[in-house]
Design a protein around this ligand. Structure first.
Ligand code: FE
Ligand code: FE
Ligand code: FE
Length: 165
């Protein structure tokens, strides 16, 4: 899409993260299947549910702000991050080392989302989309919480188990 205004840039970012969330919802189902530590399986399943909610939150945002219309586009970064997660699944056996690798892959995804939603919150503020700002900030917090939870699961059990595997 042609981007000439800050509003265009906001719509571009919103359309990109919408695509990213849809790709991720599918990918998280696979991560949950491929993980073996129960806490990690649970974390992936929980974030899959949350991701569905985040997609709905964007739909809600579009209803609230009638002059925002999404563009059809694909988030290439998420496609690449999901490809890398799949590569690491192919190169590992089920177990702690794979779990550590899945956490690393998932945290790259969360950081991409944190960066994206951070920018979107700032732009929504600047452009005066109050309702959008509130909804985007809620999702940003969920992404940060997920990132922290993954760090906790890695450092509290998986990494030390993986070291001796
Ligand atoms: Fe998300
Ligand atoms: Fe993207
Ligand atoms: Fe996320």
């Amino acid at each position: 899409m042609q981007i000439t205004t800050l509003n265009d840039l906001f719509i571009h970012g919103l359309s990109d993260i919408y695509s990213a969330e849809k790709q991720l919802a599918r990918a998280l189902a696979k991560l949950a299947r491929e993980a073996s530590t129960p806490e990690l399986v649970q974390a992936f399943k929980q974030h899959m549910e949350e991701t569905q909610g985040q997609i709905e939150r964007i739909d809600q945002l579009l209803e609230a702000e009638s002059n925002l219309k999404l563009k059809r586009m694909k988030c290439h970064a998420m496609e690449g991050l999901v490809d890398e997660a799949n590569e690491v699944i192919e190169s590992t056996e089920k177990g702690s080392v794979r779990d550590a690798a899945l956490i690393a892959a998932a945290q790259k995804v969360e950081h991409y989302e944190i960066a994206s939603y951070g920018t979107l919150c700032t732009l929504a503020d600047q452009l005066g989309y109050k309702k959008a700002k509130t909804l985007l900030a809620q999702t940003l917090e969920e992404e940060k919480t997920t990132d922290n939870l993954l760090t906790k699961i890695a450092t509290s059990k998986i990494n030390s188990k993986a070291e001796v595997e």
